[in-house]
Design a binder for this molecule. Structure first.
Ligand SMILES: N[C@@H](CCC(=O)N[C@@H](CS)C(=O)NCC(=O)O)C(=O)O
Length: 200
């Protein structure tokens, strides 16, 4: 399997954490890939018409996005599972995943606005609204701190890691000490340590 990958991407990190946790990381060949909303990468566009990473090429097909890839890896795993099979636990984990991914969506959107738009076309109100989503998402994570190793916990961990990586000026820990403690412990997992985001 080939994973179109970037070490800066929190969605890609989520996939890699699942691969580590389910013991499949050695089955994945990493293909370093650049993705940008304004600079087309034709190789990536051929694999994923949306031009986004992560994308997983497997058996001649390409799977995207990160949620599909994570669920594929979970289904393929004969050992650890991170998607609860059913009931409330499943819906809670999927919603937590949506919360983590949504935090990343908003944080990335605000970053694209600041970095990619020409200065005269930037809209501070839109950026502020994205960052308000980030703060509400963190508060919601703090109200329901993850307890088990599920796709929800992994998504929340990757989202908070992305905040630390790209928005070190946001002090989300002071108002949410229990979430901060959870993240500190979760970050000690080998899967998290081996996937810390970095600029290429
Ligand atoms: N919902 C997608 C989001 C993927 C995504 O936005 N990836 C970013 C990199 S972190 C990207 O490829 N951006 C390029 C673009 O927006 O065109 C997922 O979960 O995989």
């Amino acid at each position: 399997m080939k994973l179109l990958y970037a070490p800066t991407s929190a969605y890609t990190r989520k996939v890699m954490v699942v691969a580590h946790e389910t013991g499949q990381v050695d089955d994945i060949e990493i293909v370093f890939t650049t993705a940008s909303p304004v600079t087309p990468n034709e190789d990536l566009n051929r694999a994923n018409p949306l031009g986004k990473i992560p994308a997983l090429v497997v058996d001649g097909e390409t799977l995207f996005d990160s949620r599909v890839i994570c669920e594929f890896l979970d289904a393929r795993s004969s050992g650890v599972k991170v998607f609860p099979a059913g009931g409330k636990a499943r819906w809670r984990a999927l919603t937590q995943q949506a919360l983590g991914d949504g935090l990343i969506d908003a944080a990335l959107g605000a970053r694209y606005e600041a970095l990619m738009r020409p200065a005269e076309r930037q809209w501070q109100g839109w950026r502020d609204a994205q960052l308000a989503k980030v703060h509400r998402a963190v508060a919601s994570m703090a109200d329901n701190v993850p307890s088990n190793l599920t796709i929800g916990a992994i998504a929340c961990g990757c989202a908070l890691g992305y905040l630390d990586f790209r928005y070190p000026e946001i002090d989300w820990r002071s108002p949410h000490p229990l979430l901060a403690d959870w993240f500190a412990a979760f970050s000690e997992r080998p899967s998290m340590k081996m996937t810390v985001p970095m600029d290429a």
